[in-house]
Design a protein around this ligand. Structure first.
Ligand SMILES: *Cc1c(COP(=O)(O)O)cnc(C)c1O
Length: 434
């Protein structure tokens, strides 16, 4: 499988290089050259396959021979060592719970898969790869955990001091080994700006191999297509016309779902559920794509003003607005609507949702109103305890901490404080060549 840059000003490359580089030399996102549908029999008999068999058959063509079959199978088995249950709430609505991984965020799968691929590609290299990430909370923990102990890869995470929850901070700062947390005196945008500057700094990139671990990286983005297959497997004998409502920020998850559909997965429609950051909702109404500065909400992992994967979605539909609109609806909700949805889920179904899942639920309901003969599945992307303050406040109930979280709360925080780009740079250059 070849990957091309969406800007089309860089040479095609293979999976391995796309993973190591993250972004093409022309700063475009990589995209697979073609997507070969899986046979219909695969979907007809999908409930006879294990999750790891489904994952292997779905991702094989994207990895091609860059990773030998038996190693790819091991990578997938390691990555998927937890459950992806669908919980049916009523006749028309189910939720796919993506928070049963080690950091209880759906990003665990992408981070774990990418870490293992990168570890494999870099196994014989003298020089380590350094993964540099800025996080506003949820990504960092999943990336740190996913890469923990992977040989040949160091992870440096920047997070804004005092701006992430206690749980999130502990998940970032207590791992040790090849994971370093840098506590930045600033806000998330400062962290992100420092990371961007480092990638453009020849002084750094000539001396060390830097890569990013956000959903622009194909190895983090593509394995998310497994979720949609796993949901289908659990639902297709009970329901026709399955629609997915995906709480979206950078649109990587929903875009992976669309790749699953290109592979032949019978998905009736996609719903991008947004908070007040409604660029895509507006685009589908007006055909004007207008990025805006992000606004802060209680579903803060979706506070994105210019979703980086939307360009991949447009690629899938050949940049044809009407084709896209036939397949995608988008709704945007305020924080007060989100809170009301959390209360409704709790009162009506005794279901505790996090704010992101609640936005997904609203998206489902919005679509079902006009399309009552479909079955809506909203993705629950984080465990409610990841957003404990909001959740306990809104449903006025104590939520018990799961074991994964309890164990991390007792560990000691270790972080290096930095307050300028120069400090980041001297830290990075001091680590090179380990
Ligand atoms: C990252 C994240 C999202 C948004 O996912 P995208 O792939 O960026 O659209 C939604 N919910 C949670 C909890 C997240 O961490």
């Amino acid at each position: 499988m070849k990957y091309y840059s969406i800007h089309r000003k860089a040479p095609d490359t293979n999976f391995a290089t796309a993973v190591i580089k993250g972004l093409a030399p022309d700063r475009g996102l990589y995209f697979p050259e073609q997507i070969e549908p899986l046979p219909k029999s695969f979907f007809d008999n999908i409930d006879r396959l294990s999750d790891t068999e489904i994952a292997f058959k779905s991702i094989r063509q994207f990895v091609s021979s860059d990773i030998p079959e038996h190693i790819l199978k091991t990578i997938i088995e390691d990555t998927l060592s937890f459950d992806f249950p669908v919980v049916q709430l009523d006749k028309h609505i189910s939720t796919l719970e993506l928070f049963h991984g080690p950091t209880m965020a759906f990003k665990d799968v992408g981070a774990r898969f990418m870490a293992r691929c990168l570890g494999y590609f870099n196994a014989d290299n003298q020089k380590d790869v350094t993964v540099l990430v800025a996080t506003s909370g949820d990504t960092g923990g999943a990336v740190a955990n996913g890469f923990l102990g992977v040989k040949g890869v160091n992870v440096v995470i920047l997070y804004p001091s005092g701006k992430v929850s206690d749980i999130q901070e502990k998940q970032l700062t207590t791992l040790g080994q090849n994971i370093t947390a840098l506590e930045v005196d600033g806000v998330f945008d400062d962290c992100q700006d420092m990371v961007k500057q480092a990638f453009l700094d020849d002084n750094i990139t000539s001396q060390m191999q830097l890569t990013s671990a956000n959903s622009i990286n194909v190895a983090r983005w593509l394995p998310q297509l497994f979720y949609f297959m796993f949901a289908y497997k659990q639902l297709y004998k009970k329901h026709d016309s399955i629609v997915f409502s995906i709480p979206s920020g950078n649109f990587g998850n929903i875009c992976a779902g669309m790749v699953a559909q290109q592979l032949g997965l019978p998905v009736h429609h996609f719903i991008a559920a947004n908070n007040a950051n409604n660029i895509v909702t507006e685009y589908l109404e007006t055909q004007q794509y207008q990025p805006k500065p992000s606004v802060q909400t209680i579903s803060n992992a979706m506070d994105v003003g210019n979703p980086s994967n939307f360009i991949r979605i447009q690629e899938i539909y050949g940049n044809d607005f009407n084709r896209l609109k036939n397949n995608l609806s988008s709704f945007s909700y305020s924080d007060s609507q989100t809170k009301a949805a959390m209360r409704e889920l709790y009162d009506k179904y005794n279901y505790i949702a996090d704010p992101h899942g609640a936005v997904g639920y609203l998206g489902c309901k919005g679509f079902l109103k006009q399309n009552p003969n479909t079955h809506g599945v909203f993705l629950e992307t984080a465990h409610p305890t990841k957003f404990l303050n909001v959740v306990e406040d809104v449903i006025d109930t104590k939520v018990e901490l799961p074991l994964q979280i309890q164990s991390v709360m007792d560990k000691e925080k270790v972080a290096l404080k930095i307050s300028s780009y120069e400090e980041l740079k001297s830290y990075l250059l001091g680590t090179k060549g380990h």
